[in-house]
Design a protein around this ligand. Structure first.
Ligand code: ZN
Length: 296
């Protein structure tokens, strides 16, 4: 039996599943203090094991970041400079050690990318990028079932975009000011326009500005990683008409420079919404656990 944890800033989704990733029990646990949250998580896994008369073989964690994702490093599974102060320095490996199974950790977006590659939008995509646009902007990348990273997981949400015409907003990122996340994540939209994007009329300039920035992200991801598919998820992407505008902007930014069958005219097949909806995260966590078993 596989265990999965999708760890977010406000809640953790926990689940157990068979090797085919079909979920047999799932729960949502509020992300409060680490002691309390991990006690509830461990309790869930202990109950699931006795109720299903089956032992866990591995736990996959798809976590908010920044988090250590290099299994060879001493800080593997440790949460770094999060604004959630009580969680700084918390280690999934330590906290889950009493369960007694291997724990594999990656980012929430790498988990979602993995799930979408297995089941969703990118079924036939050997390399896939998953972008979340919500309270932050994050990008996960998988190639043939493996999340990609360097000395750290990627932080493409913080690239420096070219300013959209008429946009003078100073940006909200505490580290970079007007990086992409500082200009285009949900809190930046609300600080600039006073409302979420989905509440603004379709002729409001915010839609074009947002689409321009996210179109630049699609452009950068395409040029740096050449994925076969780009999936755009997260709360802001639920705005009606946004994905169509992003496709149009991205196609213009790309300017026909990259040529491949994956880059269809209009980018309808290249840039898509998540097929698994909000389930990409937890299914990704379970897929990380399954991949860990396969490696042994
Ligand atoms: Zn930034």
């Amino acid at each position: 039996m596989l265990g999965g944890i999708e760890a977010g800033g406000t809640k953790c989704v926990v689940a157990v599943a068979d090797d085919d990733l079909s979920i047999s029990a799932q729960a949502t646990i509020p992300t409060t203090e680490p002691d309390e949250t991990f006690a509830s998580i461990i309790n869930f896994f202990e109950r699931a094991q006795s109720e299903h008369a089956s032992d866990l073989t591995a736990i996959g964690v798809a976590s908010f970041g920044p988090v250590g994702v290099d299994p060879a490093a001493s800080n593997y599974g440790e949460i770094f400079e999060t604004p959630k102060l009580a969680w700084r320095g918390v280690s999934y490996q330590d906290r889950l050690s009493q369960v007694g199974v291997p724990v594999i950790i990656d980012t929430d977006v790498n988990g979602a990318a993995l799930a979408e590659q297995i089941y969703g939008a990118g079924k036939s995509a050997e390399t896939l990028a998953y972008v979340t646009v919500g309270t932050g902007i994050g990008v996960g990348l998988v190639k043939a079932g493996k999340p990609l990273s360097g000395f750290s997981h990627y932080e493409m949400g913080h690239i420096l975009p070219r300013r959209a015409e008429s946009d003078t907003f100073e940006g909200l990122c505490p580290s970079h000011g007007d990086c992409l996340e500082g200009l285009a994540a949900g809190p930046a939209i609300e600080a600039r326009w006073g409302q979420p994007l989905s509440d603004l009329n379709s002729d409001h300039p915010a839609h074009d500005i947002e689409a321009d920035y996210l179109g630049q992200l699609v452009h950068s991801i395409t040029l740096t990683h050449a994925p076969h598919s780009i999936v755009l998820g997260g709360g802001v992407m639920k705005t009606e008409g946004l994905i169509e505008r992003i496709r149009a902007k991205a196609e213009r930014h790309l300017g026909g420079y990259m040529k491949h069958a994956a880059l269809d005219a209009g980018l309808q097949n290249y840039v898509t919404k998540p097929k698994l909806g909000d389930k990409s995260g937890i299914i990704g966590a379970l897929a990380l656990a399954r991949a860990c078993n396969a490696d042994e």
